[in-house]
Structure formats: C-alpha cells, structure tokens
Write a protein that binds this ligand. Structure first.
Ligand SMILES: Nc1ncnc2c1ncn2[C@@H]1O[C@H](COP(=O)(O)OP(=O)(O)O)[C@@H](O)[C@H]1O
Ligand SMILES: [Mg+2]
Length: 470
C-alpha cells in the first residue's frame, strides 16, 4: 500500500469528520440558547406583571374615584342606619303629595304628612323643585344628623334617593302641634301661657345643648328660629331643620371658619363680621327666641328706627330697668303670669345676645337657669294689670292663680279690642320671618291713643251699628 492509500485509510471520510472541539461548541450553543430563552421569558413575565399591576392600579383608581363621585351624591358608602324609602312608597303615603297633606314650607323644602302601614304618621320633606342647594342641604343633614337622638330634637327616620344617586327627600318623625312661629302668628288659636313659653324654651335649650355638648365633635345648628322649633304631643319643644348644621371646633380650635349662613335677625353679628363660627352663635339666636317668647314680636321690626329695630335693642332698656311689663305680650296680661320668671327670661336673653361670644352663657347654663326660675315660680304669684295700669306703670295687683283666673273670666280675649280694668288692648299687625299678619295676640294701646277708653260694650255698639248700616 502506497503512502497515498495509507493516508486515505487513516483519514476518516469527509462526512464523518468532526472538528476537534465540536462537542463543547454544541453545549455552548445550547447554553446560550437557554440563557436567551430564560432571559426572554423573564422579560416577558416582568412585562406582563408590570402591565397587570398597572392595569389593576388603574382599575382600583377608577373604582375609588367613581366611588368618591358617587359618595358625594349617594349615601351607599356611609354607615348610615336610616331607612331608605322608595319614591312610590312616599307618593302613596302622601296621596301623591296632595296639598291636603301639606304641613309647612321653608326656604329649602315643602313638608308633607305621610301615612305608612308600618311606621304610622311621618313627615316628608321634599326639596323645592330641582334646587341643587336644597339637595346639598339634605345630604349635609343626613350625614351629620343620622346618629343623633334626643327627645327635644326631631329625629330623622329615613330618606329617599334619586335614581342616579343623591337625596331627593327626607323623612322625619311627625310632630303634631305645628311650629312656634304658628303660635306666635296666632294661627293655632289660643296664645301660649307663660308656663308653656318657659317649657318650650327649656325643651329647645336642652335639644341645642345636646348638639353642642353631647355630640362629638359638637354640632352647630345655625338656623335657630321659631319656624324651626316644633311643638310635640305634650307641648314639648322639638328643634328641627338641620340643613345648615355644621361640625364645630375640635381639639385646640376656638372656632371653625365658615361662610355666613342663617336667617337675618337671628344671625350672630360677631359671626357675620369675623366668619368665626362657634356654638355661641346658636346661643345668640336662642336669646332672640327668648325675647320673642316674652313679647311676641318680630326679630327685626323695619318700622322702628335703626337703633331699636332689632328685638334685643328694643327690649334692652325695659329689661335693664326691670320693667318687663313694658315689653310683654299683652296676652300674658289678661291671664295669670309670673312676671318674675318673665323678667329672668328677659335678663337671660340679653346675656345670650352679648356682643362678645364668650360672654354669653352656654346652652347648658341657659337650660339650668330656666329650670331654676321655673322651680321658684311654683310658689306662684300671679299678676294682673291694676286699675291704674299704664304702659310705664309698675303697679300690679298681686293675686293667687285661682283669683286671677276668676277675675279674667269676664274678658273675651278673642275680640279685636278689649278693655281690662279700664286699659285698652288691641290686636296688632306684625311682620315675622318676612310675613306680615294680623296677630291674634293683644297689645296694650298707647297712653295717648283715643282708643284707650274704648271698652268691649262700646265696641259691640259700634260693630252693631256698622252691621245695621250694611
Ligand atoms: N317633622 C315635622 N312634623 C310636622 N311638621 C313639620 C315637620 N318638619 C317640618 N314641619 C313643618 O314644615 C315647615 C318647614 O320645615 P323645615 O324643615 O323648617 O323646612 P326648611 O328647611 O325649608 O325651612 C316647618 O316650619 C313646620 O311647620
Ligand atoms: Mg326651616
């Protein structure tokens, strides 16, 4: 065999020929491929995870923001233990909001009497038209007042939601004897006795004191006035209408800053000038009510001059000199009345109306002082105008309650003009909460009035003559 053939035999066939390190490069390729694969997979997983987390975050964000938007309109997310009424249910209960069921109307809504199978009689407040403002007040009221319960506060029973969320109507306990304003306007027949007036003041003070002192953080009503004090079954006062209610200061805060809201005449002037709201702003409004309970006068009388158009300025001089008879509602003069209690109430009212809020008593103090004077009054001395009574006179006949009652039996207080012991009284026109009306109450005629000598018999004669002429 020649060398060429030997070489050929020794050399492997070309196709069988392997590079000297082929095995390791194969493993190298495999390794690189696997690493790349793993890297690719990791990147993919990370990218997927990133997308997933981002999407989830977006969903959560969307959910949160839509809940927030709903929150403003709906009460679903609040822990409110109120009954949700259906619109149809309320329509049925009020005979489709029939005018016959109308209980009253205010700045924010109309209130209807509703009869329910389970709950009996309830009061339903419907916002005026589509008023956004009314509905905002409604939500404020539900959120702040739903957990508040006190016998001198009208309790909120439930609400009715609009189809797209938002509060459409509020449902309250029904208070059967109207509002204090109706009594002041003489719409409810006989005028209130002095004792009823003091009891109403005590009840309302207790309700407000509860909001200020028992609820945490305190609640400031901001709309204390006669139309928002309702009269219950046993003639107890029930404070209502919490549309303007606001949480009071907390911790070290001395006040909360707030837009001015309320009713002219009852609005605390210090709150108006500083925008600083405290519980003492309600105390000021309550002082105005105390004076109205004594005198049955409007909070602001535009017919008077600027210096005494407000009831506090008008009543102050008489109260400070102790002459409560100068400002007292004449109806109280033709029935037994404890003048000492009335004077105490007047003095308390002036303290409630002090210019510096901190100089005013708290509602709990108001309550206590009123209750104390009522206790003292139980050793009652009743007073009636004497024969020589005149507006500026302080001479009163002191009688026991039964004697006094006997002595007024002959007077008919429903007449327009009457004469008691030679003193003439007359019904009068007043403006109250922007309404002008002829009061059922009586006011002592001015000394120089020619009608002062007019007695019931003369009047009857005049009326008979007039009737004959017709
Ligand atoms: N719970 C109730 N029971 C009986 N009458 C009511 C009740 N709530 C309100 N009213 C009557 O409706 C009137 C207006 O109600 P209110 O809540 O003060 O409305 P607004 O917020 O519009 O002032 C009241 O003055 C009262 O005569
Ligand atoms: Mg009201």
């Amino acid at each position: 065999m020649d060398d060429r053939h030997r070489n050929l035999l020794a050399a492997p066939p070309p196709e069988m020929k392997k590079p000297p390190n082929s095995k390791s490069s194969y493993y190298q390729t495999m390794l690189i491929g696997s690493v790349c694969g793993i890297l690719f997979l990791t990147v993919m997983i990370v990218a997927l995870l990133y997308c997933f987390i981002k999407r989830k975050g977006h969903i959560l964000k969307c959910r949160r923001s839509s809940k927030g938007a709903e929150d403003e309109k709906s009460l679903k997310y609040d822990k409110i233990s109120l009954r949700r009424f259906g619109l149809e249910e309320l329509k049925k209960a009020t005979n489709n909001f029939s005018p016959d069921c109308l209980l009253g109307s205010g700045a924010f809504g109309t209130v209807y009497k509703g009869t329910f199978e389970l709950e009996g009689t309830l009061a339903i407040k419907r916002a005026h038209g589509e008023s956004f403002l009314s509905k905002a007040e409604f939500i404020n009221e539900v959120k702040l007042i739903s957990k508040v319960k006190h016998r001198n506060l009208v309790s909120l029973v439930g609400y009715c939601e609009e189809p797209g969320g938002g509060v459409q109507m509020l449902v309250y306990e029904y208070v059967p004897n109207g509002s204090l304003l109706e009594y002041m306007m003489g719409k409810r027949g006989k005028s209130l006795t002095w004792r009823q007036r003091v009891n109403i003041a005590i009840g309302a003070a207790k309700g407000i004191a509860y909001l200020h002192e028992e609820v945490k953080p305190s609640l400031i009503h901001r709309d204390i006035k006669p139309s928002n004090i309702l009269i219950g079954e046993r003639f107890e006062a029930k404070v209502s209408d919490f549309g303007l209610i606001k949480s009071g200061p907390t911790g070290d805060q001395s006040h909360v800053s707030s837009q001015i809201k309320g009713t002219p005449g009852y609005l605390d002037p210090t709150y108006c000038s500083t925008f600083h709201l405290t519980t003492f702003s309600d105390v000021y409004s309550f002082g105005v009510i105390l004076l109205q309970l004594i005198s049955t006068r409007p909070a602001v009388d535009p017919k008077k001059n600027k210096n005494n158009s407000h009831i506090i300025d008008w009543a102050r001089p008489s109260i400070e000199k102790g002459s409560i008879e100068e400002i007292i509602d004449a109806n109280l003069l033709c029935e037994p009345c404890n003048m000492k209690v009335m004077l105490k109430m007047g003095q308390l009212a002036l303290r409630c109306g002090a210019q510096v809020p901190k100089h005013r008593p708290t509602m709990a103090q108001v309550c206590q002082e009123l209750e104390e004077s009522l206790q003292i009054a139980d050793n009652l001395i009743c007073k009636l105008p004497s024969k020589n009574f005149s507006k500026s006179s302080k001479t009163f006949q002191e009688l026991t309650e039964s004697e006094a009652l006997k002595s007024i039996e002959n007077y008919d207080c429903s007449e327009s003009f009457i004469s008691i012991n030679g003193v003439g009284f007359q019904k009068f026109l007043i403006d109250m909460d922007r309404l002008s009306f002829r009061s059922e109450n009586l006011r002592c005629l001015e000394n120089n009035s020619i009608s002062i000598d007019t007695d019931v018999n003369t009047l009857r004669r005049i009326q008979e003559d007039e009737a004959m002429e017709k």
